[in-house]
Design a protein around this ligand. Structure first.
Ligand code: ATP
Ligand code: FE2
Length: 393
């Protein structure tokens, strides 16, 4: 019976391939990938799509949502994770320009994701998208895309909180009950699951650590995003450590004082005081190095205090700033000293991405929370991590 289904299914795809040749190159690519790459197992699989668009990135993740072949590993497996991010060579993000970027790149990202996953649109049974929190114009663009897609396919729609998705994707690397250091552009939080919700144990009192790094990068003329460039500059520097303000207040951190200090050093004096009180020529490397050592020590301190407070023994990293090798190294040292396990997802899952939205969307949908009433789903630009009701397993 299975063999008959397999032969008929693949013949059907071959027929579809011939027909689609007449009409659409994209479709041909997708059907080809499906026909030649996956064959048997994919025949019985359904998928969820996760769409990310809270800020600079338009991303599409495709994951298997159901598997009838009896292989439990296929459930929630990431089949594709494609993105296109807004960048600049100078200056920061302008929300309406970012929205225009998402509008322009969305159909290309979508086609590439279908091709990578080797599926066709008919294999999709649910659409998830990040509806909170983020920049309103970007969220609206993602929601428009998600609603149009769900409507066209006549499948349920699920709204997902982006910050919680950063946390839950940690399961894929083995984190079970972690404290999460969530260090991204707009967010800096230490979060853990307690009493049925993701509670924020500590956070930034002003700007997110990534936005802080990007603002320093802007002053240095590095463009957006500045994090990887600051990391490169810091790694090339081999000199004394410049002292900067250290700003931990209880479980919280703050960056604005450090931001002012570094900006002043760059703009007004174009030189930095050494420990001896004399002036030495400024160098971006020296500032980048001092920035990383100082600010990451602050993050590690509050993460460690949250581990001590909750009694948990796992630290999970999330957010784009967690791509930084020095931050990971400092966290690893702290975890080793405390006898804790450190979990660091691969970079494509640390930064903003559609796969994490699909992963959490799948859990939410499986609790019965998807809807065909698309009008009832809206964006929530300011929703906080601890406002999200955790109804999934
Ligand atoms: P969120 O909405 O969760 O706040 P986000 O929009 O900031 O996310 P992410 O992709 O999670 O997006 O993080 C982007 C940030 O990560 C940018 O500020 C960028 O400069 C920073 N970043 C990326 N790579 C590095 C790195 N290697 N070192 C330091 N910072 C980095
Ligand atoms: Fe993010």
């Amino acid at each position: 019976m299975f063999l008959v289904r397999l032969v008929l299914g693949n013949l059907g795809k071959f027929f579809l391939f011939l027909v689609s040749w007449e009409f659409k190159v994209d479709e041909v690519f997708i059907v080809c990938a499906r026909f030649f790459k996956f064959g048997v197992v994919w025949e019985v699989m359904k998928c969820i799509v996760g769409i990310e668009s809270t800020a600079h990135t338009f991303g599409v993740g495709i994951l298997s949502s159901k598997d009838d072949s009896g292989d439990p590993d296929l459930n929630g497996k990431i089949l594709a994770n494609v993105k296109d991010s807004y960048t600049t060579s100078e200056g920061g993000m302008i929300p309406m320009e970012v929205r225009a970027h998402h509008k322009k790149t969305s159909s290309g990202v979508w086609s590439r994701a279908l091709g990578d996953a080797g599926i066709g649109e008919e294999d999709i049974e649910v659409v998830a998208f990040s509806n909170a929190p983020g920049l309103a114009p970007c969220l609206l663009e993602g929601m428009d895309f998600a609603k149009r897609l769900a409507k066209r396919l006549d499948v349920p729609l699920v709204g997902v909180n982006h910050c919680v998705a950063h946390l839950v994707i940690g399961e894929t690397v083995g984190a079970k009950d972690p404290v999460m250091l969530y260090a991204s552009g707009a967010n800096t939080q230490v979060v853990a699951f307690e009493g049925g919700r993701y509670r924020i144990f500590g956070e930034t009192l002003d700007l997110g650590v990534g936005n802080f790094i990007d603002s320093i990068g802007r002053t240095m003329g590095l463009g957006f995003p500045a994090g990887p460039k600051i990391e490169e500059l810091a790694s090339e520097y081999d000199g004394e450590l410049l002292e900067l303000p250290y700003s931990v207040k209880g479980m919280d951190v703050s960056f604005s004082g450090i931001q002012t200090k570094i900006r002043n050093l760059i703009l007004t004096r174009n030189s930095v005081p050494s420990k001896l009180g004399t002036k030495v020529p400024s160098s971006s490397g020296k500032l980048a190095f001092a920035l990383q050592e100082n600010v990451f020590a602050m993050l590690v301190e509050v993460a460690e205090r949250a581990l001590a407070h909750t009694g948990k023994s796992e630290l999970l990293l999330g957010g784009g700033v967690a791509c930084n090798t020095r931050l990971v190294e400092m966290c690893r040292i702290m975890c080793e000293e405390r006898g804790c396990k450190l979990f660091v997802p691969e970079k494509s899952l640390l930064v903003d991405n559609g796969a994490m939205i699909g992963y959490l969307g799948l859990k939410i949908w499986k609790t019965g929370l998807g809807t065909l009433d698309y009008g009832s789903v809206d964006i929530a630009p300011r929703e906080r991590t601890d406002e999200v009701e955790v109804l999934w397993e």
